[in-house]
Design a binder for this molecule. Structure first.
Ligand SMILES: Nc1ncnc2c1ncn2[C@@H]1O[C@H](COP(=O)(O)OP(=O)(O)OP(=O)(O)O)[C@@H](O)[C@H]1O
Length: 645
């Protein structure tokens, strides 16, 4: 339950931690993003008020025409217009009535156009600005936020929530004004003209409003279930289509089809439950409307034909007035029917606004300190001192991944990081880039704690080739050039040569203009890696981090890349993570990690002499050992040793 009391709309828990509370979110966003275009908004509001008011005119003119022109029961009179101004000839009176009818319809249409133009202009620009700013705020959040969210969830803020606000501004506000002006206007005219008869149709207004509100309360959980079912169905489809290669290789098409059918069936069931309620609502409102309408017809009809049906109904009632009442009482129910929807949409917009405001307001956990300084003239000396770290998890129960890690990399040195899978090698280098902050201890670069320098200058000085190279949809050239603002073709080619990529790029018919496909799917793993290395080379960083950067290329290509990279690595500090130990053989220091701890350190020769874990891994690597001994296997997998030869 919301702290603001009863909430009938979205209470999606996925982003509860960033939900802003306190001030009304929609109002706040309206002020922040709508301020610039408040004139458009005001114009739209005024236009819609007058457009709705124009809808009251035709029934009134019809009543006047019936009573004064067609049946001559009353003198020709129009509310608010002095009699002296009105024509006396019946033909002219008829023409005036026709002109009023035409005027009301034409000006109503014109005002509707002004309203749509002004509000759509307002809402579209509003949503554009909200989306762009929210995206900005989103991408500055720390990695832990992205680790604990699915891409779809994050996208839902940028798409669904922003659209929800736009919908609210264009449609819901219009509807709200329509309810107030049309229903209120019609009820007021009826009560002013003949309040005794006016009571008859208006008495059902509270009943309709209540039924409409009740409907929303009941349907809301059903719609929520539908949304959850849609989400599940989408995830299922996304997984099945995304993993189509695995599906095919395991000939699991029938299994996947069954799973999709299951999800689709669940969606159908949830949708049907909502439909069953929805299709009862409209007839209920129609019956309530009909009660008011028929009662007005019976009482008013009797009154016109035989005089007052009851002492309460005093005076006379003309046929024209009755026609106007019947016309109004039938039509003022439609906007009322929307009453519950308006409440519902408002609640949705509030929930969406709270998430957006929460994102815009929250300070990213990893951000520049107020007194952060630029990292300049980087020499590349790196020191980890007593570093402890564990990932933050969604439930806050993070396990320690790095334990008391200390080492120094002098400027220009190459540090090799080896160890079993999951030992914490990638995590260790991510702390240097400040993708995450240490729990305790410190990471310094040229003696400056990474938390004391600006993120931009820190990351600008480090070239990072991650374990899973990510290529953007676009050409090879665009992907390499991503490292730099506007590199020349020669620079791009030089970087590609250093990374051992130029040769294979040249074999493609489109060369550097080859489109790599989504995430680079049209390239092999090794080709993707080389483009990603070229990207880092082009950046010309002070410190370079290669996380399994050549794991997908063959030995020969790796040797060529290493040879090429020699120049790059020679005079800058580098961190090289590798399972293939020959990659780090020449490192100045090799750190052997095991379960987050540095268990051995030294040069290749020193470590061989030590005859510990590294020496064993090396023997396996060069083929002198067929398998890793039980003691090490047990340590690196966390399982009981099995019988081995
Ligand atoms: N984003 C994350 N959130 C939570 N836990 C993580 C995250 N990334 C890694 N881990 C966990 O941290 C531990 C260390 O992972 P890390 O990727 O640093 O290992 P690694 O030594 O680089 O392994 P590999 O050689 O397989 O790449 C693992 O237990 C892993 O499950």
């Amino acid at each position: 339950m919301s702290p603001r009391g009863k909430r009938i709309a979205d209470t999606d828990g996925a982003f509860s931690e960033i939900r802003a509370e306190g001030e009304r979110a929609v109002l706040r966003m309206f002020r922040e993003f709508g301020g610039k275009r408040k004139l458009h908004f005001a114009l739209g509001a005024i236009a819609t008020i007058f457009a709705r008011a124009m809808e009251l005119v035709p029934a009134y003119v019809l009543a006047v025409a019936i009573d004064s022109l067609f049946f001559d029961e009353q003198a020709f009179a129009i509310v608010g217009v002095p009699t002296a101004w009105l024509p006396t000839e019946p033909e002219q009176q008829l023409l005036l009535a026709a002109a009023l009818l035409a005027g009301a319809h034409v000006s109503g249409a014109l005002l509707s156009w002004v309203n749509s133009w002004a509000w759509n202009h307002f809402a579209q620009h509003f949503q554009h600005e909200v989306r762009v700013e929210t995206y900005e705020a989103m991408q500055h959040r720390h990695m832990g936020f992205f680790d604990n969210k699915q891409t779809g969830e994050i996208m839902s803020i940028l798409n669904n929530d922003v659209n929800q606000l736009e919908q609210f501004l264009t449609h819901t506000l219009n509807r709200a004004i329509r309810i107030v002006v049309r229903t209120g206007g019609m009820a007021s005219v009826m009560l002013i003209v003949n309040w005794r008869l006016g009571i008859v149709p208006t008495i059902v207004i509270p009943a309709i409003a209540y039924a409409s509100y009740k409907f929303v309360v009941v349907i809301h959980p059903k719609y929520r279930a539908v949304r959850a079912a849609v989400g599940e169905l989408n995830s299922r489809l996304e997984n099945s289509i995304g993993g189509i290669q695995v599906v095919k290789s395991f000939t699991n098409e029938p299994f996947e089809a069954d799973r999709v059918e299951g999800s689709s069936e669940n969606y159908l069931r949830k949708q049907w439950e909502a439909i069953r309620i929805r299709i009862v609502f409209r007839p209920t409102i129609k019956v309530l409307t009909a009660i008011g309408y028929v009662a007005t017809f019976v009482i008013g009809g009797w009154w016109v034909m035989f005089g007052s049906p009851h002492p309460f109904f005093q005076g006379t009632l003309t046929a024209g007035t009755l026609v106007m009442f019947l016309n109004y009482s039938r039509r003022f129910m439609n906007p009322l029917r929307d009453f519950g929807e308006v409440l519902n949409d408002y609640q949705y917009a509030e929930a969406a606004g709270e998430r957006i405001v929460g994102l815009l307001d929250s300070e990213p956990a990893i951000a520049d300190r107020a007194d952060a300084r630029e990292l300049e003239d980087v020499e590349g000396g790196v020191e980890y001192r007593d570093v402890w770290f564990g990932y933050e998890t969604a439930d806050g129960e993070g396990e320690t991944v790095l334990r008391d890690v200390s080492f120094t990399a002098r400027s220009g040195q190459m540090i090799g990081l080896v160890g079993s899978t999951g030992a914490g090698k990638s995590t260790l280098v991510k702390l240097l880039l400040r993708m995450y902050d240490v729990d305790s201890g410190s990471v310094t670069i040229d003696g400056h704690d990474v938390r004391d320098v600006t993120l931009e200058s820190l990351r600008a000085s480090i070239g990072y080739v991650s374990q899973e190279p990510y290529l953007f949809h676009g050409t090879i050239r665009e992907n390499i050039a991503y490292a730099s603002r506007a590199p020349s073709d020669r620079d791009v080619e030089r970087a590609a040569r250093t990374a051992g990529a130029h040769e294979f790029i040249e074999t493609f018919p489109d060369g550097y203009e080859t489109v790599v496909g989504e995430r680079g799917v049209k390239l092999s793993g090794g080709q993707r890696q080389r483009i990603s290395i070229a990207r880092a080379v082009l950046k010309d960083p002070d410190v370079i981090v290669l996380d399994e950067a050549t794991s997908h290329v063959d030995n020969e290509t790796e040797a060529i890349i290493q040879d090429n990279l020699q120049d790059l690595i020679e005079d800058r500090t580098s961190f090289v993570i590798a399972h293939r130990l020959s990659t780090v053989r020449d490192a100045d220091t090799i750190l052997v990690l095991d379960e987050g701890e540095v268990v051995e350190r030294g040069t290749h020769d020193e470590l061989l002499e030590e005859n510990g874990l590294y020496a064993t891994l090396w023997e396996v690597h060069v083929g002198e050992l067929e398998g890793i001994p039980e003691t090490f296997a047990e340590r690196s997998t966390g399982t009981q040793p099995t019988d081995r030869e």
